[in-house]
Design a protein around this ligand. Structure first.
Ligand SMILES: Nc1ncnc2c1ncn2[C@@H]1O[C@H](COP(=O)(O)OP(=O)(O)OP(=O)(O)O)[C@@H](O)[C@H]1O
Length: 365
């Protein structure tokens, strides 16, 4: 296992000029030895590019990759000792499940007795023990992908195991089980795992830390709790959560906040952090929006536009302000509260301990 340090940028173009020419903007980041990480972001944000640079399938156009302090930028995946699992199964159909799992070990001259033990251990973890003697050809797509996962995890001497959307072909029900299984396997095997996905649930259940990416930038590396409670970038607030964070542009004037003609008090504990800021974006998650009394200084009047019964809560969409100043807010309201009526005006508290403030998309308080 290895600690992985990146200090690089990547452009697929020979002479990059602007930020748009880069698939990865300059980034500096470390992956702890034995950590479980997810690279999370929408299509085209640079996840696969980053994964391929870590594995050695791709050389960064700028900068370096180090494993345990050793520069490996020019080394191949084999020389870096990386195992990779791709979206689609990579297995030998003519071999049995056991032979497939043993293959990476046999290739490296691991003694037969150790191979037998390790294949048994991995098969048990992935619930493949009953199929060890079956030929891979006859198995379902799910089972074949489990073999691929097993082949990725079977070696004990790898620097890291990289997964590129490995559960894409898996049936949704089994997907849930396998995600949990991978987490459990990580605890047992203590491998450095890096997992690419565009699915936040997948990332947050699997990883200790999630790297959130957008447009070639890693905007935050954090635990599920950090990404939810303190998004460092508006993109993280928007991308994590369902629905994502509410954002309101506000002006900081004379110790209070203005949204159009509406006013909010600045919480005393935020006053110093906001002292120099004028144009701000207030961010509050729907989970932390609370009904409040009319005129409450932490609240705004909101006209209810839609009420959905989500079972565990009411998901309410409302409009605050009017005309060009209007903004949409969402709140998850407690199921035991009476459901709001469409068209009614409620006061929603949006400023509290969980509220974040942003300038140029970056959190300042
Ligand atoms: N071989 C390539 N040559 C040129 N441009 C590429 C190449 N591979 C990727 N890109 C571009 O680099 C950017 C990042 O792509 P990348 O595949 O890393 O994103 P991703 O987040 O993995 O997306 P997806 O989830 O769709 O796989 C995109 O703009 C993509 O078009």
């Amino acid at each position: 296992m290895a600690r992985i340090d990146l200090d690089l940028a990547h452009s697929y173009k020979p002479r990059p000029q602007t930020d748009e020419d880069y698939a990865l903007l300059p980034l500096k980041m470390s992956f702890r030895d034995g950590g479980a990480y997810a690279l999370l972001g929408p299509s085209g944000c640079g996840k696969t590019t980053l994964l391929n640079i870590i594995s050695g399938l791709l050389q960064p156009s700028h900068g370096s990759v180090s494993f345990d302090g050793r520069d490996v930028t020019a080394l191949t995946p084999q020389e870096r000792n990386i195992a990779q699992v791709f979206q689609f199964p990579v297995i030998y159909d003519t071999m049995t499940v056991a032979q497939n799992l043993a293959f990476p070990l046999r290739n490296r001259g691991v003694p037969p007795e150790r191979i037998r033990q390790r294949v048994g251990q991995i098969a048990e973890m992935l619930e493949l023990s009953g199929q060890l003697d079956q030929r891979a050809a006859g198995l379902s797509a799910d089972a074949k992908q489990k073999i691929s996962l097993g082949r990725g995890l079977v070696r004990e001497d790898v620097s890291a195991v990289l997964f590129d959307e490995p559960l894409t072909v898996i049936d949704p029900h089994l997907k849930w089980q396998l995600r949990r299984k991978l987490k459990q396997i990580h605890h047992e095997l203590k491998l450095t795992l890096i997992y690419v996905t565009h699915d936040q649930v997948e990332a947050l259940t699997f990883a200790d830390e999630v790297v959130v990416m957008t447009r070639g930038k890693a905007v935050q590396v954090g635990t599920a709790d950090q990404l939810f409670e303190r998004p460092e970038h508006t993109f993280v607030g928007h991308f994590i959560g369902s629905p994502g964070m509410n954002f309101l542009p506000v002006r900081h004037v004379d110790g209070h906040l203005e949204f159009g003609r509406l006013r909010l008090a600045v919480p005393p504990q935020r006053a110093s952090a906001l002292a120099q800021a004028r144009e701000l974006v207030l961010g509050v998650r729907p989970e932390y929006v609370r009904p409040a009394a009319a005129g409450d200084l932490s609240a705004l009047p909101v006209q209810v536009r839609q009420v959905l019964d989500i079972g565990t809560h009411w998901l309410v969409t409302g409009q605050v302000g009017e005309g060009g100043q209007a903004a949409t807010l969402k709140a998850r309201l407690h199921p035991e509260l009476p459901p709001p009526r469409v068209g009614e005006t409620m006061w929603w508290s949006v400023v509290g301990d969980h509220t974040c403030f942003y300038q140029n998309d970056v959190r300042i308080a």
